[in-house]
Design a protein around this ligand. Structure first.
Ligand code: FE2
Length: 364
């Protein structure tokens, strides 16, 4: 390992490959408050796909679907359903990041390529990781346009009313039984991520299911990626259910940070976003476990927001139902009051809620 690791400035975008990007974009705009900011598709000279760029705060998602039966995107959708394709990182130099990653053992997917239009140039490259997931390295220092060359910019989305989502907090992968360690080492070796935390099945289990999790992150603290694998339980774990429904490993959830979770979740609920139900007993013990919080316990209980405390402070979090019919990708909404963890104390409460949903689907 002679080359220094790739320099990474943070997340650039998360691209989803979905069955119907036009409708998905409408859902993210009307229900989650994202604004449509750019578009590329047949009307703009892109023959095989349509891509909608949506943004809120510093969060940027790209929703893409194939528009031809022989498209790679259509095949991806047939296998995985609506799923994350690309967790893209913004880098100061895409060619250098790609060369460093590949020399440290990453699988190359796209070598660096430069795209230009009147707004400047973007260089991007990509490596492949677990399942059909990829990481693009995007260098946009010489670009003034809305997203990438070839996209038309869209001003003033009339239907998007933001709900206060501000940044990407973490992105979580589910991998096969016995492969968590290998992928953790991959991120340490290739991207020089550091191990931040480890949970084993003693920490994260209920009577029925369990998981193991390792959290990796970059040195600057901008990127956090927990990696889960199933652990043996009495019944089929939620990670196994994901792996079956997703046709292999992939991104399980994306955590979106807000500075005011009560207002954000209230708005999302008003717009019909579904969240996992919290067991009623949860709030009976939560106040004793967590102690003083700035928010009203009544609001937290009414909205189903979970609370956890670690050495550095506390955090508030809530999990949506899966966004698609397959029990795969979902969102977490999170607000941090100092705590840097992931809500370990809530895992059991959450697992029990997920298991009730699994039971309703006949998968437990
Ligand atoms: Fe999370």
């Amino acid at each position: 390992m002679d080359e220094s690791p790739p320099a990474i400035d943070g997340y650039d975008a998360i691209e989803f490959w979905v069955g119907n990007a036009k409708q998905a974009a409408h859902h993210y705009r009307s229900a989650f408050g994202f604004a449509l900011t750019a578009y590329a598709g047949p009307e703009t000279g892109v023959g095989d796909r349509a891509s909608y760029v949506i943004e809120q705060g510093d969060i940027r998602f790209v929703l893409t679907s194939g528009v031809r039966p022989d498209s790679q995107i259509v095949a991806h959708h047939a296998r995985h359903g609506d799923a994350v394709r690309d967790v893209a990182f913004r880098v100061p130099e895409a060619a250098a990041a790609f060369d460093a990653a590949v020399s440290r053992g990453a699988n190359p997917l796209h070598p660096p390529r430069s795209l230009h239009d009147d707004d400047g140039a973007v260089v991007s490259a990509a490596i492949s990781v677990f399942g059909d997931t990829i990481h693009s390295f995007v260098e946009r220092t010489a670009y003034r346009g809305a997203y990438l060359p070839g996209y038309v910019s869209i001003e003033d989305d009339p239907i998007a009313h933001p709900v206060g989502l501000r940044s990407l907090d973490h992105v979580v992968a589910n991998v096969e039984l016995g492969r968590m360690e290998e992928w953790a080492r991959f991120y340490e070796r290739i991207l020089a991520f550091r191990p931040l935390r480890h949970f084993d099945d003693e920490d994260v289990s209920t009577a029925d299911t369990a998981l193991m999790s390792k959290v990796l992150g970059d040195a600057a603290g901008r990127i956090k990626m927990p990696i889960n694998e199933p652990a043996a339980g009495r019944k089929r774990s939620q990670i196994e259910e994901f792996l079956d429904a997703n046709g292999g490993p992939g991104i399980q959830h994306v955590a979106l940070e807000t500075p005011d979770i009560v207002t954000t979740v209230r708005s999302l609920r008003e717009r019909g976003v579904g969240f996992l139900a919290v067991p009623s007993e949860y709030y009976a013990e939560a106040e004793d476990r967590v102690g003083h919080v700035e928010e009203s316990w009544g609001d937290l209980r009414d909205l189903g927001i979970l609370v956890d405390r670690d050495d550095e402070g506390y955090l508030l979090q809530i999990f949506t139902e899966p966004l698609q019919d397959r029990p795969t990708m979902f969102y977490e909404i999170i607000q941090r009051h100092g705590a840097t963890g992931f809500g370990l104390g809530n895992f059991r409460a959450l697992f029990e809620a997920i298991e009730r949903a699994q039971q309703r689907r006949g998968n437990l």
